[in-house]
Design a protein. Structure first.
Length: 321
C-alpha cells in the first residue's frame, strides 16, 4: 500500500460478513476479506473490480452506512462507524441508485439539501454545470438514469465536501454527460477534494484515477498509478499488439486525425494524454512529426505494451463472476 501523505481515507484489513444466509444453512458469508487502501486529498482514487468484487460494500463501510466485521477505517481522521453529523457534513456521497425522493423536482430538492448546510455551494452554479435546467420540471421518478446520476452528483456536492464518494459515476451517462461529469470530477480533484470512486470500467479508471486499487473476490489484488499498473509483467502472453502511450504536454492539444481511428486518444486531465490501441512505429512517427510541426515537446513520455484491461484480466482472473 502507498505511504500516506495527506490521506482523507485509510482502510486497513477491512472484513465484512453478511447473513446469516438461508442459502448457506444459516451461515455468514464473507464478502470483503481484508481490503486495505489509502485515498489522498487532491487525488482520484479508484476501486476497480468486476461485478460482485466487494467495491460497494467497501465504500459503504467507509462511509459508515454498513457496520464492518473487522479491520480499521479512518475517514478524515475519524471512525465512520462512530462519527456523527460533523463528519457527515464533510463527506459527499453519490450512491449507485441515487437515493433521491421520487416525487421531488430537481431544483427545489437541491435548495432543500442546501438548507441543511452552513456553507452550501451555489445551487444555481451546480444546476448550470451539470445541465440540470433541461430537466428541472421533471420529477425524480421520471428522470432518465443519466439525469438522475447528474442530480445525485449535484446533491453530493451541495455541502462542499472535503471527500466525495462516487459509486459507478458513469453508469447510465451518455457520452456528453460523461464528459461533463468527468470534467467536473477533474476540476474538484484539482481544487483539493479527495475523490474515491468505484467502477468496473477500465476506461473510467484510466481516464480519471490518480491511483487504482484492483479488488477481486473481496481482496486487493493489485494497485498503482495507471502507468505503474501498465508496466506489470503479463501473466500470460496475449499475442495482441495493443499498446498504451502516455505523455504530458501543454493542455488542450487537438490531436484529432493525427492517429488512425483504431487508436483512442484522450486528455485525461489538463496536459495528460493517453493513446491506446494497435500503435505502430508509423503511428509514433506521425505523432512526433505532429509535435515537431506544432512546437510541442512532451515533458514525459511512456509506452507500455498493455492496456489496463489486460492487467485487470491478469490479476482478477478471466472468469466472469
Ligand atoms: N446482504 C447481502 N447478502 C448476500 N450477499 C451479499 C450481501 N451484500 C453483499 N453481498 C454479496 O457480496 C458481494 C460483493 O457485493 P458488492 O455490492 O460489494 O460488489 P461490487 O463490487 O460493488 O459489485 P457491482 O459492481 O456489481 O456493484 C456480491 O457477490 C454480493 O452479492
Amino acid at each position: 500500500m502507498r505511504s500516506p501523505e495527506s490521506p482523507v481515507l485509510t482502510i486497513s484489513g477491512l472484513i465484512k460478513d453478511v447473513g446469516p444466509l438461508a442459502s448457506l444453512d444459516g451461515k455468514m458469508l464473507r464478502v470483503v476479506s481484508g481490503v486495505s487502501l489509502i485515498a489522498e486529498r487532491g487525488q482520484v482514487t479508484a476501486l476497480l473490480g468486476a461485478n460482485g468484487a466487494g467495491k460497494t460494500t467497501t465504500i459503504e463501510c467507509a462511509q459508515g452506512l454498513q457496520a464492518r466485521t473487522g479491520g480499521t477505517i479512518s475517514l478524515l481522521g475519524q471512525d465512520p462507524g462512530r462519527a456523527g453529523a460533523d463528519l457527515r457534513s464533510r463527506v459527499g456521497v453519490m450512491l449507485q441508485d441515487g437515493g433521491l425522493p421520487p416525487s421531488a423536482r430537481p431544483i427545489p430538492l437541491l435548495r432543500h439539501i442546501a438548507g441543511m448546510y452552513a456553507k452550501p455551494r451555489s445551487v444555481d452554479e451546480l444546476v448550470d454545470r451539470l445541465g440540470i435546467e433541461s430537466f428541472a420540471r421533471t420529477s425524480v421518478r421520471r428522470l432518465s438514469g443519466g439525469q438522475k446520476q447528474r442530480l445525485a452528483l449535484a446533491a453530493a456536492l451541495i455541502g462542499d465536501p472535503e471527500v466525495l464518494f462516487l459509486d459507478e459515476p458513469s453508469a447510465g451517462l451518455d457520452p456528453q454527460s460523461r464528459q461533463l461529469v468527468f470534467e467536473l470530477i477533474a476540476e474538484l480533484r484539482d481544487a483539493g477534494m479527495g475523490i474515491i470512486l468505484t467502477t468496473h470500467l477500465m476506461d473510467d479508471a484510466q481516464r480519471l484515477a490518480d491511483y487504482v486499487y484492483i479488488i477481486d473476490a473481496g481482496r486487493n489484488v493489485a494497485e498503482g498509478t495507471v502507468a505503474q499498473l501498465l508496466q506489470r509483467e503479463p501473466a500470460v502472453e496475449s499475442g495482441e499488439h495493443i499498446r498504451t502511450l502516455l505523455f504530458e504536454a501543454e493542455a488542450g492539444l487537438n490531436l484529432s486525425g493525427v492517429l488512425p481511428e483504431s487508436i483512442t486518444v484522450r486528455e485525461t486531465r489538463a496536459g495528460s494524454y493517453i493513446a491506446n490501441g494497435p500503435l505502430t512505429a508509423q503511428d509514433l512517427a506521425a505523432l512526433t512529426a505532429w509535435w515537431a510541426a506544432h512546437g510541442v515537446m512532451p515533458s514525459s513520455l511512456s509506452l507500455a505494451a498493455r492496456s489496463l484491461e489486460d492487467v485487470f484480466l491478469d490479476v482478477s482472473g478471466k472468469d466472469v463472476r
